[in-house]
Design a protein around this ligand. Structure first.
Ligand code: PLP
Length: 409
């Protein structure tokens, strides 16, 4: 008899975005003529940079000729891309990495979800709350999260991010072995300064914990004092794994490419206290379970770092950040409390009069015909908030603000 992994049965079967889609579809059925503005799902809308497209066309042509055809590539990525990453994303920030500390992947979701393969099941997990759901669900799938009781997993330490603590929690006072941090943050759009991040690195070094640092939105940082990488903090190579993605940086949500840094200095313990390199384990895991991102994709990602590519990608980011500014200014002028949107493409809006997130979401849908994402869907501390994305078309952002103004006033 074949048995299932029963941990999967503990997962709630409602997925936030399918719940939203269900409500939106029901509304559309009732009001077929309604023209909705969708600022819910965090997907990009602008096309790939011309430099990326040209590089991918060139790579396709290479694969079309016998002399330049390539089959399987290295599981951990081509050196041309690893070197470009080190040269452009890390060296200018004073971070020295070697090529074999960078693992190219098909986007940050895979690696943030799979990294737990190389870690023991007894580790206690700490997450900022609200949170990108993959961190918790992937731990639940292997049984590391414990049991789900009243919306909370028993082996997860939830660290609330609230307006009172500036959306950066204090280091926990109970035992945590693996900590997920994401800055700039999805969903709150808020950031962490170097001083605060140092507290986390010091904590991890002191407690022999590991930080999973999700930097998927670092390209959106505008304030030059903010860290783009946890490795800007001394000692972080001994305690942190970092995830990057070209999805939001360069419109690769459909193309699929990102990378993970696992420093060689980073080790974790066996039950008998022996130290083991996580870089070696991750390499072993990837060589077994992953066959690399496509050559065409990696040439496209490399082009993000070319002089033209950098300029073009910067322009797109500027476009989204202008959307964010327009939304921030408009929403504040309607008397709403808004957070994020200054160094991240998300606006975290506090619902008026403490209204529950889902109630506000439904009212906004029905009365203003604007779709957002209820904050409660990202975790208990998201209750009373709603996320709006700046990844839409300019005209849609402006139209949404006009509708919200009319509705709220
Ligand atoms: N991390 C965060 C915080 C995200 O918001 C997302 C996507 O929305 C990802 C990782 C995954 O991105 P991708 O798999 O497209 O690289």
């Amino acid at each position: 008899m074949a048995f299932v992994n029963e941990n999967f049965l503990k997962l709630p079967d409602n997925y936030l975005f399918s719940d939203i889609a269900g409500k939106v579809n029901a509304f559309k059925k009732e009001h077929p003529g309604a023209d909705l503005v969708r600022l819910g799902i965090g997907d990009v809308t602008q096309p790939l940079a011309p430099a990326v497209i040209e590089a991918m066309h060139r790579a396709t042509d290479e694969l079309a000729r016998k002399e330049t055809f390539r089959g399987y590539g290295p599981e951990h990525g081509y050196d041309f891309l690893r070197e470009a990453i080190i040269t452009h994303d890390f060296a200018p920030r004073g971070i020295r990495l070697e090529a074999d500390e960078v693992f190219i992947n098909d986007g940050a979701k895979s690696d943030t979800g799979n990294i737990g393969d190389i870690l023991g099941l007894d580790n206690r997990i700490g997450v900022t709350d609200p949170i990108y759901p993959v961190y918790i669900d992937s731990n639940a799938m292997c049984g590391r999260a414990g049991e789900l009781r009243q919306g909370r997993w028993t082996n997860i330490v939830y660290m609330p991010c609230t307006r009172e603590n500036g959306f950066v929690p204090e280091v926990p006072d109970s035992r945590v072995d693996i900590i997920y941090l994401c800055y700039p943050n999805n969903p709150t759009g808020t950031v962490i300064g170097k001083g605060e991040l140092k507290k986390w690195v010091d904590y991890a070094l002191d407690k022999d914990a590991i930080i999973m640092y999700d930097a998927a939105y670092e390209a959106y940082i505008q304030d030059p004092s903010l860290p783009h990488s946890i490795y800007e903090i001394e000692g972080a190579k001994k305690c942190a794994i970092e995830f990057h993605s070209y999805s939001k940086t360069a419109g690769f949500t459909g193309v699929r490419c990102g990378y993970t840094v696992v420093p060689k200095e980073l080790t974790a313990a066996t039950a008998t206290g022996e130290r083991v390199s996580l870089n070696a384990l991750w390499n072993r895991r990837q060589c077994t379970k992953f066959n690399g991102a496509s050559y065409i994709t990696q040439r496209g990602a490399e082009a993000v770092y070319s002089p033209e590519g950098r300029e073009q990608v910067r322009d797109v980011i500027r476009y989204y950040m202008t959307n964010a500014r327009i939304m921030r200014e408009a929403l504040s002028s309607f008397g709403l409390q808004v957070f994020g949107g200054e160094n991240a493409p998300y606006i975290w809006l506090q619902t008026p009069d403490g209204k529950p997130s889902w109630t506000f979401f439904e009212e906004m849908l029905r009365e203003a015909h604007v779709v957002g994402t209820p904050g409660a869907g990202f975790g208990p501390s998201g209750e009373g908030y709603l996320r709006l994305t700046a990844f839409g078309e300019r005209a849609d952002c402006e139209e949404a603000m006009r509708r919200l103004e009319k509705w709220l006033k």
